[in-house]
Design a binder for this molecule. Structure first.
Ligand code: GAL
Length: 684
């Protein structure tokens, strides 16, 4: 079983991100005191401040932060200290341009932004280790420090690296993986279009080609390499921090970004994972929010579910507290009154035990002048600060919930090979994204909480057995290990659902010459005989199941049962495959496997929940309107039901039993009105 975290927050608390280097020193004390008065007990600092510690190469000074830390100590403010490697100093990038990342044509990204370095430059690794060591040595035992943040948002903004150091490191990565060029040529299918390599110096990170990314197997290995490079850069820093930090202080980084095995990074480098939560961006500003079927800011719960899979009791390092945007791009409106509370409660509902807002006061200079904080440029008390105070009071009443488990009976299975393949492969991407969204929407509307469970090397049957239903929507890449693990789960009584396009690739991303779903065919008791995209010119395709008609979207896997025990539940109702099986149920040991020859729509998913007897954990307690999310957190002898109304209008809910309202301490039952964006926490 995977050990998911080495550190847990002891008490649910609030924090904020603060930049002493952005403000006149005369403001520090007043800022910190106002924070404490508002219920903010921790600040995160220093993650972009390299030049304050090393203004010139090899010249180290701590005067600036010593002065600031003395104020923190005097006033009683706890500190999470950031390592400053996301923004190298100007002297460094000028003198050692090899530390810079490059675009595909090798053109370097110059100084002036952030995250423009590469993970593999020996010089950048050396300089990063040195600055981290100096800072850790100096502040490691400081009384006010409670934790350390490595870099800032690893793999954010850019998760592709094309510098010379990356090519050199990529070759080493491949030599270690394949030993010989013959094995590499075989794994990458280089015989296709005459790509065969005869010397390691012919191998590069992806370069500009006439047809972009035309070797998908190479690209899959390249993403694995990027992930490895990022983890090794993070590990360099965490090893130093472990040597200097005080007992009990934690090491984290604020994730969660692409082309990165966040689970491995957490397991190998961190004590606890933190996340930056900006739900306003889930609205997708190019879409019309009124027609948006992805549930807008409620969809952010998908990200939080993902974070919870990395680390069940995580923290939020940056919780949105204002309108967002850079002066050049990305715009999102200010949270309406009540939305800061709603979004903080969304994080807490999903397992966060620390909420730190971004940022105390909006920066008055630079590219983030519109990435608003709690206070505005004028520094006066405002409605957002008043809302933070309310959140602090609320959090005070929820302390007992710290460390409680998020309860889910259902898990959606994922794995990094498939996640990365679905970014590269358009056939895979279409089905994966649609199904993930629709499963989420269906679960939300039916108030069925679920987890993501990543299949990894360490995953064991115990990780799976806690769930009565597993959904593996489109595991295009299948391995024997995963098939064996799932076989064990089902034989032990579990229920498993697969969707279309399962099992036709191996872990190189090459297609296998076996009837689909390949390694999973034993579980499904069925083969795929034929398959097709549902094209733009095609008529609608439907499935008949349970005397109902369901629209089939995007793709059809036309199934044939080969195991006579397997039962056909649904059949296609249109086109040349009318009458062919579309949904199969197979008994395996004590359990059941369903195989749907298509993507999951919310209607099909709802019917599958009924079929597999999955119900809301609140069904005997609460009747909720569809605008509400339900989350349940559980600790020994106690259970919290958290209800979140995402709509900008009031709604009614009904309590079927007497429950205690955490805010008022009173017992309530019957119909209750929730105001716009209001959240409630009940216990039995
Ligand atoms: C976050 C980042 C912060 C800040 C914010 C606004 O993603 O971690 O440092 O830059 O975005 O851009």
């Amino acid at each position: 079983m995977r050990e998911k975290q080495k550190f847990q927050f002891k008490e649910l608390e609030l924090g904020v991100c603060y930049y002493p280097e952005h403000w006149d020193k005369s403001l520090w004390e007043d800022d910190l005191k106002r924070m404490l008065q508002s219920g903010i007990k921790t600040i995160r600092i220093a993650e972009f401040a390299w030049s304050k510690f090393e203004p010139r190469e090899g010249e180290f000074t701590f005067d600036f932060f010593d002065e600031f830390m003395a104020v923190c100590e005097r006033i009683g403010m706890k500190v999470i200290f950031g390592t400053p490697t996301a923004t190298p100093p100007a002297w460094l990038t000028l003198k050692y341009p090899e530390v810079l990342n490059a675009n595909k044509d090798g053109v370097l990204y110059r100084h002036g932004g952030r995250r423009h370095y590469n993970y593999n430059s020996p010089k950048y690794r050396e300089k990063s280790c040195l600055i981290v060591e100096k800072i850790a040595e100096h502040y490691g035992k400081h009384k006010s420090i409670v934790g350390w943040q490595i870099d800032n948002e690893l793999n954010c903004e850019v998760d592709v690296f094309y510098s010379e150091s990356d090519t050199i490191a990529f070759r080493e990565f491949l030599k270690k993986k394949y030993s010989t060029l013959e094995a590499l040529n075989e794994a990458w299918g280089t015989v296709f279009w005459n790509q065969t390599y005869t010397g390691w110096e012919e191998v590069f990170v992806p370069r500009t080609l006439l047809q972009p990314d035309c070797n998908p197997h190479m690209k899959l290995d390249y993403i694995r390499f990027v992930s490895d490079s990022c983890i090794s850069f993070c590990r360099l820093q965490s090893e130093i921090l472990y040597r200097y930090k005080k007992e009990g202080d934690f090491i984290t980084t604020n994730g969660m970004f692409g082309s990165l095995d966040n689970h491995r990074m957490q397991d190998e480098c961190l004590d606890v994972f933190t996340y930056d939560s900006y739900p306003n961006f889930a609205f997708g500003l190019s879409e019309n929010p009124k027609e948006n079927t992805s549930l807008n800011d409620r969809k952010w719960s998908m990200n939080l579910t993902e974070v919870r899979s990395v680390c069940p009791h995580f923290g939020i390092m940056e919780q949105q507290s204002g309108a967002n945007g850079w002066n050049t791009h990305m715009e999102a409106p200010a949270p309406k009154p009540g939305q800061m509370m709603l979004w903080a409660m969304q994080s807490i509902a999903h397992g966060s035990d620390y909420i730190s807002f971004f940022r105390w006061r909006t920066c008055a200079m630079g590219t983030e002048i519109y990435w608003h904080g709690i206070l505005d440029y004028d520094n006066r008390d405002n409605r957002k600060l008043a809302e933070v105070k309310k959140i602090a009071e609320r959090v005070g009443k929820l302390k007992e919930m710290t460390g409680a488990e998020y309860k889910a009976e259902v898990a959606v299975l994922k794995d990094y090979d498939n996640a990365w393949d679905s970014n590269l492969d358009i056939f895979h991407r279409h089905v994966e994204r649609a199904s993930q969204r629709e499963i989420f929407v269906s679960a939300q509307l039916n108030h069925i909480p679920y987890d993501y469970l990543y299949l990894q090397k360490e995953t064991s049957i115990e990780d799976l057995l806690g769930y009565s239903l597993l959904i593996y929507p489109h595991p295009v890449i299948a391995t024997k290990e995963h098939a064996d693990l799932l076989q064990m789960y089902v034989e032990n009584g579990g229920t498993l659902i697969f969707g279309c396009r399962s099992g036709y690739k191996d872990s190189t991303g090459k297609c296998v010459m076996k009837p689909m779903p390949g390694e999973f065919a034993g579980l499904t008791g069925a083969f795929v005989n034929d398959f097709t995209f549902i094209g733009p010119g095609d008529n609608e395709i439907h499935m008949e199941w349970n005397q109902k008609v369901f629209e089939i979207k995007i793709f059809s896997d036309i199934i044939e049962q080969y195991n006579s025990e397997a039962k056909v539940l649904g059949r296609f109702a249109d086109d040349y495959y009318k009458g062919a099986p579309a949904l199969i149920k197979n008994k395996v040991g004590k359990g059941t496997v369903y195989f749907l020859g298509s993507t999951f729509t919310r209607e099909i998913m709802e019917e599958l929940f009924t079929e597999t007897r999955i119900q809301s954990p609140g069904k005997d307690l609460l009747e909720l309107s569809s605008s509400c999310e339900l989350a349940v957190r559980d600790s020994i002898g106690k259970r919290w039901y958290i209800v979140l109304n995402y709509e900008n209008k009031s709604t009614e809910i009904r309590l079927l039993q007497e429950m205690k309202d955490i805010d008022t301490g009173e017992s309530v039952t019957g119909v209750l009105k929730l105001e716009a964006y209001e959240t409630k926490v009940f216990t039995l």
